[in-house]
Design a protein around this ligand. Structure first.
Ligand code: KG4
Ligand code: ZN
Length: 349
């Protein structure tokens, strides 16, 4: 999802203010995000939104310790607006600046409402742009255990909703309809990689939904029409498969990494069925599972400030040559990394 967001956070886990100006109204007519419109709205709104974040938190600009800004991954226009503004602000206020990976922000979104994360942790980050499973041996260290080979989980929800004539974003609408549907009504097979890897794949499931719609003669919902039982059953069956794919993979992989905490975050973590299945998996694994509440699951600036605080406290500083990186990866642990080696020794991985 694309939103104009700014926040002020204290000590990395207390929200002083968090302003989210959603762009859903702009993009919903197109059934997805239009990059050009997204960056224009960022540009229009960045000044008033930053002012609002300071005003609503009753805090002066000179009272902050530093500035954290998302540097990627994402849409280039929107990222550049944020990075340029943050650099100008850091220069004008003479405050330290730090760049944050958007996905790492989602990992830190659990910092506000849960006990401190114990490491090593496993983090499932599922949003409209990403579906990643990470091993986090210690704060700030990430090893990708699984990623999506095609669509992100949220993207699959959005595309299937569009196909069924439902609105945007599709996730919340499908979840709502699925509550009155039978998850076993339409038989889909569980997406699995042929090569034995733990990676996710949702495009096959999306094609199976298209095929089902075509072969069953199901009519997409027209504007304002009440969805019938067949649509509700399809929504429930599709959601069930996405949830099973995410949670069964997470549980299987987590079992061999002996985590102390399971983190499930990102826009799709709003989904009640995913939360319930994750809770059950965590119980079987014997570890606590932490979720952000829904308003911190979808994109927000508080999570970027939380991740930025950790970096600032570790002495990290960005220069004025900081730039947006559209394809930025969150992977800084390789197989012979010290953090992974220590976790292996300690937890006999
Ligand atoms: O994290 P997010 O706000 O933006 C990205 O970084 O992409 O995630 C937005 C995604 C959308 O694809 C939306 O359909 C999905 O999260 N989403 C959900 C639910 N609420 C939002 N998916 C499934 N069930 C939900 N309740
Ligand atoms: Zn996100």
């Amino acid at each position: 999802m694309v939103a104009r967001i700014r926040a002020v956070v204290r000590d990395g886990h207390k929200i002083v203010s968090s302003v989210i100006a959603s762009q859903i109204e702009t993009h919903k007519h197109f059934g997805g995000v239009v990059p050009e419109l997204a960056s224009r709205e960022h540009l229009d709104k960045i000044v008033p939104i930053v002012e609002e974040a300071f005003d609503s938190g009753k805090i002066q600009t000179n009272e902050i310790d530093g500035i954290a800004v998302t540097v990627g991954p994402g849409l280039v226009g929107s990222l550049l607006v944020g990075v340029s503004y943050a650099k100008a602000m850091a220069f004008a206020l003479q405050k330290p600046l730090v760049g944050v990976n958007h996905i790492e922000g989602h990992v830190y979104s659990v910092a506000f409402e849960n006990p401190p994360v114990r490491y090593p942790a496993i983090a499932l980050i599922v949003s409209g742009g990403h579906s990643n499973l990470f091993f986090v041996p210690e704060p700030g260290k990430y090893k990708v255990l699984a990623r999506t080979r095609d669509d992100a989980a949220g993207e699959a929800f959005d595309k299937v909703a569009k196909m069924m004539g439902l609105g945007y974003p599709g996730g919340p609408i499908i979840e709502q309809l699925a509550r009155e549907g039978n998850p076993r009504a339409v038989k889909f097979s569980l997406p699995r990689m042929g090569d034995g890897s733990a990676d996710f794949s949702f495009s096959g499931l999306k094609t199976a939904v298209t095929k089902h719609v075509r072969e069953s003669g199901l009519q997409p919902v027209r504007n304002g029409e009440e969805p019938g039982q067949a649509i509700k059953d399809l929504a429930a069956s599709f959601q069930n498969m996405v949830v099973r794919s995410l949670v069964e993979t997470t549980e299987r992989v987590a079992a061999s990494y002996h985590p102390q905490t399971l983190i499930v975050a990102g826009g799709v973590a709003c989904n009640g069925a995913l939360r319930e299945a994750s809770r059950q998996a965590a119980e079987r694994l014997g570890v606590p599972v932490y979720f952000p509440s829904p308003h911190l699951s979808t994109d927000n600036a508080a999570m970027i400030a939380a991740a930025g605080t950790v970096k600032l406290q570790a002495g990290e500083r960005a220069g004025f040559d900081l730039n947006a990186d559209v394809t930025l990866r969150l992977q800084n642990v390789d197989n012979d990394d010290d953090a992974l080696r220590k976790a292996k020794v300690r937890y006999r991985l």
